[in-house]
Design a protein around this ligand. Sequence first.
Ligand code: SF4
Length: 243
Amino acid sequence: MRVNFGGIVHVSTVDWYGKVAMVIFFRGCPFRCPYCQNYALLKGENFVDAETIEAEIKKAKKFVSAVVFSGGEPLTQLEQIKRLANFAKSLGLLVGVETNGYYPGQLKELIDERVIDKIFLDVKAPLSPEKYEKVAGISDGDAVALVRRSLEVCKNFDMEVRTTIFKGLIFDGDDIRAIAEEVSSYGEIPYILQQGRPEQGWSEELKQYGPPSREELLELGKIAKEYLKNVRIRTKELGEELV
Ligand code: SF4
């Protein structure tokens, strides 16, 4: 089996809170978020054999307790994820998936087949088509319904929801209120506000604002906390903190 491969971070402590994980990046994504840090992976081909990646997972097993599939959007390569997830689990590793929520059917398959342990789901903006499509850089009209379906599919699974905060795009307290309120309607789900780093993305417009400060994230976190118990912020300076 061939994998359209984006790269590997062999040891990460920031992708899965409390765990040391290997992160495997897949190519391809239907979104075009203006802040995307991995824009080089959105298109193009770099096919490698699944065995090559399995060999890397085997080597990393000494140092990590989990494997996280990321991208791009990893669910564009469902069969490849299933194979690599099953391989990682056969070595006793936990498996997580970072997803933009565009593929609820694939998420359901992974949950039903018990090949993953954790889902990290982006809810990038309030779930209204106009706002979502601006932040996700698309105009296909399906994204909001698909993200809602992903929340529904994953609500009883081990999931955390993430929003990445960028001044000039998604920074308004009312937007965070709308997201948190909607997420809370699916249950008591951990919610993470991530510090966006515009200097690492491709949008020149966003770069003029600089990243939101820890204090600004805390203020937004307090708004989310009106709806959800487990709210955290994630900053470059201090990592993850409970609000
Ligand atoms: S969903 Fe993720 S990988 Fe895809 S464009 Fe947005 S930030 Fe980039």
